[in-house]
Design a protein around this ligand. Sequence first.
Ligand SMILES: *Cc1c(COP(=O)(O)O)cnc(C)c1O
Length: 230
Amino acid sequence: MMTDVKSPLLHINEQIKSHCERVGRDPHSVQLLAVSKTRTADELAKLADQGQRHFGENYLQEALAKIAALRGRGLVWHFIGPIQSNKTRDIAAHFDWVHSVDRLKVARRLSEQRPPESAPLNLCIQVNVDDEASKSGVALAGVAELAAAVDALPNIRLRGLMAIPRADNDDGNRAAFRQLAMTLSQLRNTMPALDTLSMGMSADYPVAIEEGATVIRLGTALFGPRPPKA
Ligand SMILES: *Cc1c(COP(=O)(O)O)cnc(C)c1O
């Protein structure tokens, strides 16, 4: 057993702190989202025992089982995967955040289906910063219009923007992150309450922090490599 080796969570939290200090940011301005797709409830529980509260899931059925298994621990659940319209009811009922909204129809359904006794659903708009036809996310040119429409919906609290830049940008995705940050800053002229930039994964999160990320989404850096999908 390697019980005396520093845990990945502790290591990452130290990294966040030092990257923040290097660029003069408050370490508390960056929230670590543990991306737990394909991980078991037991693996999540171990991280929760070490103090991790925010978990991000991509697949609804898998997520619902873990949310049920870990109920009562005060965890905060973020949906970060592609959203089909027929999944919105369960997402609206069981999650605290959704990062991956890229069309108004989905936002409307989440708004209508959010249970009245729940707090407003925190929502980020996913932006296709590389303008790749193959990936989800609204094009940069469409962000302002979508944001204004989403912001007007009841039971929704629009928080900001999310992006998954292509993995092979040779600048560590810096230009893509900067573009997303600039887009948020423009939106804040009319929607000053927006406060969230969800960007940066295991391979590029230090650059994302430098460029202003407020939520970084880490999977493999916390849990190790994911098993290949069957
Ligand atoms: C899987 C995933 C992550 C985490 O990726 P890692 O490279 O394992 O850190 C982050 N964001 C989204 C949207 C993901 O699907």
